[in-house]
Design a protein around this ligand. Sequence first.
Ligand SMILES: C[S@@+](CC[C@H](N)C(=O)[O-])C[C@H]1O[C@@H](n2cnc3c(N)ncnc32)[C@H](O)[C@@H]1O
Length: 241
Amino acid sequence: MFSSNLSGGPAWHWQAWRSQNAWAPTVNALETWLFAQTSDAPRSSLLLIGASAGWMMPHAWLCQFKEVHTFDIDPMAARLFKWRHGSKLRAKGVELQCHTQNALVDLPSLLNSHPKASVFFDNVLGQLRFNNSEIHSVEKNIDRIRKTLKGREWGSVHDRMSGPVSGALTLSPESEEQWPQASGHLEIEEAQKWLTSLQAQSPWLDHLTGGVFGKETPIYNLAWAFKPQYWHWLQAGWVKP
Ligand SMILES: C[S@@+](CC[C@H](N)C(=O)[O-])C[C@H]1O[C@@H](n2cnc3c(N)ncnc32)[C@H](O)[C@@H]1O
């Protein structure tokens, strides 16, 4: 029914479960950023795409919404998401529905069925390049998604690049204060400086997400210690119509 899943499934759940401490600075920074984007929004519904079990998704942010619909192609995701977040959302009166569905292919019909919902792509757009080896097709697909979302409030956090690091930066949850983060669309020289600040070692993989946000959307860059010697550069942005 679904094509093979290179970014989710048992290997992702295992990696996420055992990396919770190492990932904590990124998750905390993301939570602060998410709250800053939606603090003035009325409570509405959220379509969370690429939700998996919500390993990097803060409960408190989800609790702002009346309804949360999660989408993932991974058949384990719905059960695990409910296990991790269900009781906390219920306690705050949030209705949670978890769907096993290809939400990128079905995006137009999902937007039609939820005309007032905000959409958040939760670390999924940077994975499109693993489904298609043609750079042009990946960029076209991202462009199609952007156009489909016109007029809608939406956000995304996704891989911009990833690769080996020297491992010189510390990985404790207390590192949040000095955790590498930067604002804005980084031009080539700034991007080089940013990668140097992460102790990046060449070569890094381009996840082909440079075109997700237009120049008018403020971008938040942050580091994610995915594995001790292999880090990701994440970009987050929130688009208001
Ligand atoms: C890197 S993981 C991120 C998981 C999640 N955001 C978390 O914090 O645990 C990417 C997820 O996107 C899912 N995914 C990939 N393509 C998808 C699609 N077309 N529709 C819905 N989910 C998809 C994968 O199954 C995987 O669970």
